[in-house]
Design a protein around this ligand. Sequence first.
Ligand SMILES: NC(=O)c1ccc[n+]([C@@H]2O[C@H](COP(=O)([O-])OP(=O)(O)OC[C@H]3O[C@@H](n4cnc5c(N)ncnc54)[C@H](OP(=O)(O)O)[C@@H]3O)[C@@H](O)[C@H]2O)c1
Length: 328
Amino acid sequence: MKYRILGKDLKVSAVSLGCMGMTHAFGAPSDTKEMTRLIHEAVELGYTMFDTAECYTGVFPNGSTAYNEELMGAALKPYRDKIVIATKFGVHHAPDGLITDSSPETIRKSVEGSLKRLGTDYIDLYYQHRIDPDVAPETVAQTMSQLIKEGKIRYWGISEANEEYLRRANEVCPVTAIQNRYSMMARRYEDLFPVLEELHIGYVAFSPLANGLLSAKYDKDQKFGSDDYRSRMPQFTAEGIDKNRELLDFLYETAERKNSTPAQISLAWMMCRHKNLVPIPGTRKSERLRENAGAADIELSPEEIARIDCALNHMEMSEVFGGAKILR
Ligand SMILES: NC(=O)c1ccc[n+]([C@@H]2O[C@H](COP(=O)([O-])OP(=O)(O)OC[C@H]3O[C@@H](n4cnc5c(N)ncnc54)[C@H](OP(=O)(O)O)[C@@H]3O)[C@@H](O)[C@H]2O)c1
């Protein structure tokens, strides 16, 4: 595994682990013992940053709630001082979208809840999950500054940040990382690269495989249950797969040239495009955990990157899932 720096000095594995799907969004929560083994395997492979959120909950078949933070906190306890726990506040799920709340009082409640579920007395990287239109960035940053002083969090970040919000927040309390969507199918935040460089802020890329599509292991026959978000994602519909055929073929062909896999090429491409970018692919499977970690060792030359960029700029692609609707 290779390592990268987020912000001024937060060292994390170049490929880190998104843990959301273990309890949330991709069907029923996975077996806790199995996921605990997987998280331990990730630590052995050199993954050091583990991504969760207070809202990544699910419901076990017996009706009890699966808290992602509890799973992670318990699994990572033996390694606590060697790893980075990243969690998020400020979003609650409603049946048809997300409700944001980043008021200082709510953040205070959230941080205490997360610390309890994680079974730790500090959070390494604490993200605002979505911008709250009712709360100024300066107010959120001020709260983060206080939490850092109190030792409850070490660093903070913003998810789905835009330039103006980021600059204003960073003036009050330096931001270590943004966590925004980024993949070969979702490139709208590339405009932020120079801003991040100027402000010394890292980019943690979520949904880096376009929710798995860019592994090129899913086809039209793939069926997802109704409790799996992918059943409603445009890139996985039969029409979407047809539209993405050229992209998937291109990934296969590029992977073959580099003796690698489509998922590895997707992840290596983004790591080569920005030196402080860290993808956090999510998986519940050991062989994929290993495959994704292997992306950190793939070097793509500037010519190879240019060839990929040129192809991406010119090929047809389906729409890609852009996140749940923000209700308020
Ligand atoms: N900040 C935010 O608002 C936000 C939003 C979404 C996600 N996230 C974070 O980002 C992480 C990753 O995002 P994501 O889960 O949405 O998308 P992703 O990482 O692009 O895709 C994950 C999906 O791809 C499959 N997969 C992973 N590696 C694979 C491989 N090598 N071959 C084939 N399939 C593979 C996984 O299935 P299996 O589990 O079956 O392997 C999983 O269903 C999440 O865990 C979460 O921590 C943050």
